[in-house]
Write a protein that binds this ligand. Structure first.
Ligand SMILES: *Cc1c(COP(=O)(O)O)cnc(C)c1O
Length: 238
């Protein structure tokens, strides 16, 4: 796999994403500090991560367990977020090496992550993934399942439920993009009202194609890959 982006171009693209974030926050009348940027580095080499880390980007998102472990071993000081689909036989390395998991899509995964989180580490921050566009082939809880499972999952000892994550169906207009994000925001508010004791402060939504819509609807964390790193080369057996 080759990677052709020079450090100069990578930083230029990164700065362009930050400018986009700033404009979106202005449009939404929200402080820039209310939205965290997660750099999604799946399929990208450690050198690109090093370049961004030097520029002050400290939180990175990864989708593939094997690939991510190699990178984490080289930069254990960075904040690593697991955002990819989770097979139940792969929960152990995720519980051991990540600070956050965005893609918790069923109770069994939450239970295993809690059991396998090492005692010497702080609790794992998790987000519940919601299949907000109700796509039959997609992972995630339904909104009702999130409401029904919140008490059980938040009682697990080695996890902290911090909020929700979604990857809505792609849409081409801003208004169409905003709709599922608005539903996510409403669902988080419902949960905050039902569970005022929980630190439900995170709404992970918005990617390269829809970050403005997500910020307008209250995203507190956007996950950006392509617009920072360029298009991805997918490995054959990820
Ligand atoms: C790959 C990925 C992203 C980044 O998407 P881009 O469109 O490249 O910005 C964000 N979230 C998840 C869950 C992903 O798998």
């Amino acid at each position: 796999m080759s990677y052709n982006l020079t450090p100069y171009h990578l930083i230029t693209q990164y700065q362009a994403v930050q400018t986009r974030l700033k404009s979106a926050c202005q449009l939404a009348q929200r402080p820039l500090s209310s939205v965290k940027l997660l750099a999604v580095s799946k399929t990208k080499p450690i050198e690109a991560i090093e370049t961004l880390a030097q520029a002050g980007q400290l939180a990175f998102g990864e989708n593939y367990v094997q690939e991510s472990l190699t990178k984490i071993a080289q930069r254990p000081d960075l904040e690593w977020h697991f955002i990819g689909p989770i097979q139940s036989n792969k929960t152990k390395p995720i519980a051991e090496h990540f600070a956050w998991v965005h893609s918790v899509d069923r109770l069994k995964i939450a239970q295993r992550l809690s059991q396998q989180r090492p005692n010497h580490l702080p609790p794992l921050n998790i987000l519940l993934e919601v299949n907000i566009s109700a796509q039959p082939s997609k992972a995630g809880f339904t909104p009702q399942e999130v409401i029904d499972n919140m008490a059980t999952i938040s009682a697990l000892p080695h996890l902290v439920v911090r909020g929700l994550m979604a990857i809505p169906e792609p849409a081409s207009t801003l208004d169409a993009q905003r709709q599922p994000f608005a539903q996510m925001h409403a669902l988080l508010k419902t949960l905050q009202t039902a569970h005022p004791e929980l630190p439900l402060d995170t709404l992970s939504m918005g990617m390269s194609g829809d970050l403005e819509a997500a910020i307008l609807e209250g995203a507190t964390l956007v996950r950006i890959g392509t617009d920072i790193f360029g298009a991805r080369d997918y490995p054959k057996n990820a």
